[in-house]
Design a protein. Structure first.
Length: 437
C-alpha cells in the first residue's frame, strides 16, 4: 500500500511513501501512529480550517511542518478524492434463535436494511438499519422507504472526506428515520476508514481496547431466567442484564433468586423499559439495594424522566436514560444540573448513526455522565459500528452490545471479536465487516 496525500477536517498532508516506510520512520522518530501524526500536524480538528489549492501552496509553513519534516514529509495540497460511484440497499429477514419479551412486546425476528456504498477505488462501505418503532416511531416500512430505490442517489459523486457535511444532509433528508440515517452514516465512516487504512475507532481517537458486554435475559419465569443465566455464564459472560417492568413483585423475586444463584462476582443490571411509576421505581430501588445492581435503565416513562429528581443523588447516579435519550438535543437537556440520570444509553438506531452518537458522547463526557452503549436486535454490521464509537469515547463505562448474539444467522462477518464475555475490535480498516454472499 502507498500512503498518499489527503485532507480531512483541516489536515493537509503530502506523502508518497510505502506504508511500511512511513511506519518505520514514525517508529524511529518515536512519533505516534500515522493518523496521530496527521492530527498533530493539522491546525486542530474542530478548530481552524484547511486550505485548498493555491491557498495551501501560498500559505506560510504551518506549525505542524517541523513534525512532518522529521519524518521526511512536508505540507502540501494534493488530495486523493474518495468519490462514491455506487449505492445499493437490500432488506433481509432474520429470525431470532431465541425470541424474548420486554415490557412492550416480544421480538421473534428482524428485517435489517443493508446499505452498500462503493467508491471509485473499488472499496465497499456497509451499514445496516434496525429500527425500533416503540422508541423512535420509525417502522420497518418507513425505514425501508427512506432507503428505497433512488432515495440515496444524491450520494453519487460526493466525496466521502466531506463526511460531516454529508451527515448533516442526511439529517435533513431523513428527519424521522434515524435508523435509516444510521445505516448510511456508518457506511460513510466505513469507507472513510478504509480510504485512510485505519479502523474507524482510531480515526475518531481510540480510548478503549476491550470491555465486557452485558447479555440480556428477557422477561420470563424465575426458573427459565436461572437456566438462561447458567448458559451465559458457561459461555464466559460476567455481566447479565435482566428485563423487568411488567410485574414489580415478580421482578424483585426474580432478581433476588438470580443474585443468590450467580453469586456476588457477577454484575447484574436491570432494564425496566419505562415499565414503572415513580413510586414503583422508589420501591424497586429500595428492595433491590442489597442485590448491588450496577445500573437500572429507564424505570419510568420517557416523558416522566425528570420526575426521577425526587430520588436521592446516590440512587440517581445508577440510573440510565434510554428511551428518553434519542438526540443530541435530548442529551443537552438531560445533562443540565440537576441530572435525573447518571448515565446515558446511546444507540445508533436512536441517534441516527455514529456522527450523532459522537455528539451525544461529547455532551455526556463534558457533563460527567457515564455512557452505556446499547442496541436493538441487529446485524453485527451495526453492532461493530456502535463498538467503534463506544471505544472512541473516554466516558464509556458499560456495553450492552449483544444484539447480534441471538440471530439465527447473520449477513456479515468480522468487525469484532467476543472472548470470555468481552468485546474487542479487529485491526481491519473501516468497520472491519464483510458482507456474506
Amino acid at each position: 500500500m502507498v500512503v498518499r496525500s489527503w485532507k480531512f477536517e483541516g489536515c493537509a498532508v503530502v506523502a508518497d511513501l510505502p506504508f511500511s516506510s512511513w511506519r518505520a520512520r514514525t517508529q524511529e522518530a518515536q512519533k505516534p501512529g500515522i493518523f496521530s501524526v496527521v492530527l498533530a500536524a493539522a491546525r486542530g480538528i474542530g478548530g481552524g480550517k484547511g486550505r485548498r489549492g493555491a491557498d495551501a501552496a501560498a500559505a506560510p509553513a504551518e506549525p505542524a511542518a517541523p513534525g512532518l519534516r522529521g519524518l521526511g514529509l512536508a505540507p502540501g495540497d494534493m488530495v486523493a478524492v474518495v468519490k462514491i460511484v455506487g449505492v445499493s440497499t437490500r432488506v433481509h429477514a432474520i429470525p431470532l434463535a431465541r425470541p424474548y419479551t420486554i415490557t412492550f412486546r416480544t421480538i421473534t425476528a428482524i428485517e435489517p436494511v443493508v446499505v452498500v456504498l462503493r467508491d471509485d477505488a473499488g472499496r465497499v462501505g456497509v451499514g445496516a438499519a434496525s429500527p425500533e418503532p416503540f422508541v423512535t416511531g420509525e417502522s420497518n416500512e418507513a425505514c425501508q422507504a427512506a432507503l428505497g430505490e433512488g432515495a440515496l442517489d444524491w450520494l453519487i459523486g460526493t466525496d466521502v472526506r466531506t463526511l460531516p457535511a454529508l451527515s448533516r444532509r442526511l439529517t435533513t433528508a431523513m428527519p424521522r428515520t434515524p435508523a435509516a440515517r444510521a445505516a448510511v452514516d456508518m457506511a460513510l465512516w466505513d469507507l472513510l476508514g478504509q480510504a485512510l487504512d485505519l479502523p474507524v475507532c482510531d480515526l475518531m481517537g481510540r480510548a478503549h481496547t476491550s470491555m465486557a458486554t452485558s447479555v440480556t435475559i428477557g422477561i420470563r419465569t424465575t426458573e427459565e431466567a436461572l437456566r438462561e443465566a447458567d448458559e451465559y455464564l458457561g459461555r464466559g459472560f460476567r455481566v447479565l442484564k435482566i428485563k423487568v417492568g411488567k410485574d414489580l413483585e415478580a421482578d424483585i423475586d426474580r432478581l433476588r433468586s438470580l443474585r443468590a444463584h450467580v453469586g456476588r462476582e457477577i454484575t447484574l443490571r436491570a432494564d425496566a423499559n419505562q415499565g414503572y411509576t415513580l413510586d414503583q421505581t422508589r420501591r424497586f430501588l429500595a428492595e433491590t439495594a442489597p442485590l448491588d445492581l450496577d445500573l437500572v435503565e429507564q424505570p419510568v416513562r420517557a416523558a416522566q424522566t425528570r420526575s426521577l429528581l425526587a430520588l436521592d443523588d446516590e440512587v440517581r447516579v445508577r440510573l440510565v436514560a434510554d428511551e428518553r435519550l434519542v438526540s443530541p438535543a435530548d442529551a443537552l437537556s438531560l445533562a443540565s444540573v440537576p441530572q435525573p440520570c447518571g448515565h446515558f444509553n446511546i444507540k445508533l438506531m436512536k441517534a441516527g448513526g455514529i456522527t450523532a452518537a459522537r455528539a451525544i458522547a461529547e455532551i455526556a463526557a463534558t457533563a460527567g455522565i457515564g455512557l452505556m452503549w446499547g442496541c436493538n436486535d441487529e446485524s453485527r454490521i451495526s453492532i461493530a459500528a456502535a463498538l467503534h464509537a463506544a471505544f472512541a469515547s473516554p466516558a464509556t463505562r458499560a456495553l450492552d452490545l449483544d444484539g447480534s448474539f441471538d440471530l439465527a444467522h447473520d449477513i456479515a462477518r468480522g468487525g469484532f471479536v467476543l472472548e470470555e464475555g468481552k468485546l474487542r475490535l479487529t485491526d481491519a480498516a473501516g468497520l472491519g465487516v464483510t458482507l456474506l454472499d
